[in-house]
Design a protein around this ligand. Sequence first.
Ligand code: SAM
Length: 331
Amino acid sequence: MNAPLPRPLIDRFNRRISYLRLSVTDRCDLRCSYCIPQGFKDFEEPEHWLTFDEIERVVRLFGLLGVGRVRLTGGEPLLRKDLAQLAGRLSVLPGIEDLSLSTNATQLDRHATALHAAGVKRLNISLDSLKRDCVTRVSGRDSLPAVMAGLDAAQAAGFAPIKLNMVVMQGVNDGEIEAMAAFCLARGFTLRLIEAMPMGDTGRNAHYLPLDGVRDQLVARFGLIPQALEMGGGPARYWQLPDGSGNIGFITPISQHFCATCNRVRLAVDGTLYLCLGQEEKLALRPLLRGGASDTELIAALRDAIELKPERHEFREQPGKIIRIMAHTGG
Ligand code: SAM
């Protein structure tokens, strides 16, 4: 007879944890104005990075505990050598039903086919503008041509859905939202507009714009209607074209937070498990992994950590609280 499955992870607020965001590096080839500061040097030492064996072990345990969705992220995950090999190891683990990737797509044209073959089926791609000079200003590099090649390669490789994440910044790219929406609807991408979060000084100085006005503008322009079915199991609220042929998501952590339905935890590249993007509660897993902890001890530690998951972030009430940048936590 098979052993009974362990109890799922449920926190103090009755939220079931079903989603792990896994940062495979805190490094990035871009310097987006709201994320890694120019000249930033405080990256994790390679000896602190969880190895593929350690990552696989942690994901296997999460899979046993009912965490069926895993997203590879960073930093820029494609900078981690042999990422497709890791993806192939994770996608076949028991209980892992959905392996996805967040990327800036600057190197995606070289990796798309291998990642898809390794079991990554869904992609989120960051792109804040379709204007080359604006992308260069925001991302710190003339990256638009490479990203466009990455988008083409992603579609050719068969990823579905492909979501484009655009951080909306007042006076920076808010004039380009309609063009981005039209581009995504025409190409079959799902656009997701994101409110800038006050993570680190870069995040706090990101020209935050609440998205309600933007949503009203897009509803009027494209005749969008609220989408009845939840999509993606995440925080985005989706609106769709009347004939259902396309949709746009809005992620509003500041103007309308969604903490009551938060189902996720984040594992940083150094093995720190963060229980909330906007709070400090965490568990250092690396010392346990490297100190000989058994699977039973690790599972107990994960359960204890879930007990620490805060009710909500305080980005509005305490915008100065979170010093770490998104790339450190695993955005
Ligand atoms: N490099 C990958 C990418 O570009 O998708 C994965 C990591 S990146 C940190 C993940 C997402 O976080 C990106 O969509 C990025 O735009 C977003 N992000 C970074 N800092 C942010 C902030 N302060 N507020 C809102 N979103 C942020």
